[in-house]
Ligand binder design. Structure first.
Ligand code: SF4
Length: 469
């Protein structure tokens, strides 16, 4: 007993790896604190997907934190639905707790709405202006501003109010990019000679690099304005809050609060344990899984692309950590991002030498959820979700995939899934044996992945070119 898993949920991307990289960094920071037995990442548009991620946790006590700066469509609709929480809409203060497949799952509010984010705002302000002073410094908490979700604005106002009461600043203003009070009105509103601007944004991007500086008239980290309605002023532009290392503390606060005082933690999940024991057995005798081969070598394991069999180690890039393996295999040989890891485009030219514990994490990164799902199929306990069920679940811009004809779905799958190792159980294909029985490429696909859903949407919208993708 007493085992605990933490799951960090990111948006991820089908096109570029940067979005997931931010979540990796926080997962690594929190792993380093040693407070959880494991920290697992899950994504909407990458793997392990939201549909798979709970199966990949080792313990029966799971805390899930959405790595989003504000509440909204993803935190209130998409993530709870895809995790199967049976909850929709605003998440209450203490989170939502459910028992799912033998695991106690606690789903929290996104990190951005936690009150301790104001410490991160102050930390960012101090980086931009180390000698900030209540005598002469104004703070701007800068939000995106959106009419779609009032809650995200409320958080900006609440932070501004709390920081006003803190007495650290001469003035504190909540300003927005897309609604009133707009950020461009700052010279009328702010009297203090020094102004520090902290973007309440998840990450550096188009808004923080282009639109905010443009709307405020900034020319860099520090901009002098010799002649404003209130005399000369200097604006110090801070980095966005969402990438500050102190966000790791906010995440831990959230996890602690979700857990409650009396919880004792969970046990090792039996299904998870059995699946990984089977993988260890495969590794100990040496074998293949997907596109890789695992060879035991006096106490450690070597993983490499099966097509690199026999090549001298000196010709290959060697990594010795699970993260090293992950980073080498996140792109194909053309440098393209690999959102679906079972696509047959694993790059060659590397080898990973790993201990047994590291092998498990390495294979988790290399083929997320594949060991758990394939073992379940091996034991005849993997349930497939037919396409119509997946289509019916979709909302927002993906709702239109419900209009796809079976022929359209099949046409898209014949292109997208043709390049994938997985066998489409969701389309009625069968898979008699898996890599656990010695068939390396035999991996089940229990339901359409988000890449396929996105491609079907393009097809229905008439945007998929004749040349395909
Ligand atoms: Fe692979 Fe197709 Fe399944 Fe996606 S839907 S994981 S591309 S088989």
């Amino acid at each position: 007993g007493g085992m605990r898993s933490l799951v960090l949920i990111g948006h991820g991307s089908h096109l570029n790896g940067e979005s997931a990289a931010a979540v990796y960094r926080y997962a690594e920071l929190i792993r380093g604190r040693g407070l959880f037995d494991e920290v697992v990442e899950g994504y909407w548009k990458e793997e392990p997907s939201l549909r798979q991620v709970l199966k990949t946790t080792a313990s029966t006590d799971v805390t899930v934190i959405p790595m989003f700066i504000s509440e909204g469509y993803f935190t209130e609709t998409v993530i709870p639905r895809e995790l199967g929480l049976g909850h929709q809409g605003p998440v209450p203060e203490g989170g939502v707790a459910r028992v799912l497949g033998g695991r106690t799952v606690r789903y929290t509010l996104p990190y951005g709405v936690h009150p301790s984010m104001r410490d991160v705002i102050v930390a960012r302000a101090r980086e931009a202006l180390p000698d900030l002073d209540a005598g002469d410094t104004a703070l701007v908490v800068l939000g995106h501003g959106t009419t779609r979700n009032e809650n995200s604005n409320r958080v900006i106002y609440e932070n501004a109010q709390a920081l006003r009461e803190s007495g650290l600043f001469a003035e504190v203003h909540a300003l927005f990019l897309d609604e009133d009070p707009k950020v461009g009105t700052w010279p009328e509103k702010i009297r203090a000679p020094r102004v520090v601007v902290v973007p309440f944004f998840a990450s550096e991007g188009w808004h923080t690099l282009e639109t905010i500086p443009e709307d405020m008239g900034l020319s860099g980290d520090v901009t002098e304005f010799p002649d404003t309605p209130h005399g000369p002023q200097t604006v110090y532009y801070a980095k966005p809050v969402g990438t500050h290392p102190a966000v790791a503390d906010v995440i831990l606060h959230l996890a602690e609060e979700a857990r409650g005082a009396s919880e004792r933690g969970g046990d090792e999940d039996r299904g998870w344990h059995a699946a990984w024991q089977a993988l260890v057995s495969l590794a100990r005798r040496g074998g293949r899984l997907g596109e890789v081969m695992i060879v035991p070598q006096s106490g450690v394991y070597e993983v490499r692309h099966a097509l690199d069999e026999g090549r001298p180690g000196s010709e290959l890039t060697t990594v010795v950590t699970p993260e090293g393996l992950r980073d080498l295999t996140r792109r194909d040989e053309g440098g393209n991002h690999r959102p679906v890891h079972t696509l047959r485009n694993l790059p060659r030219g590397w080898r990973a030498v790993l201990s047994e514990d590291d092998l498990l994490r390495g294979v988790h990164f290399l083929y997320p959820a594949v060991v758990e799902e394939t073992y379940a199929h091996h034991c005849r306990s993997l349930r497939a979700t037919p396409w119509p069920t997946t289509a019916r679940r979709q909302t927002g811009i993906y709702a239109r995939v419900q209009r796809a004809t079976p022929e359209q779905v099949e046409h898209v799958a014949s292109e997208v899934c043709a390049g994938c190792l997985r066998t489409r159980l969701w389309a009625g294909e069968t898979l008699a044996q898996t890599f656990f029985a010695g068939v390396p490429g035999a991996i089940p696909c229990a339901e359409a992945c988000t890449l396929l859903v996105a491609e079907v949407r393009e097809e229905v919208s008439g945007k998929r070119g004749a040349a395909g993708h």
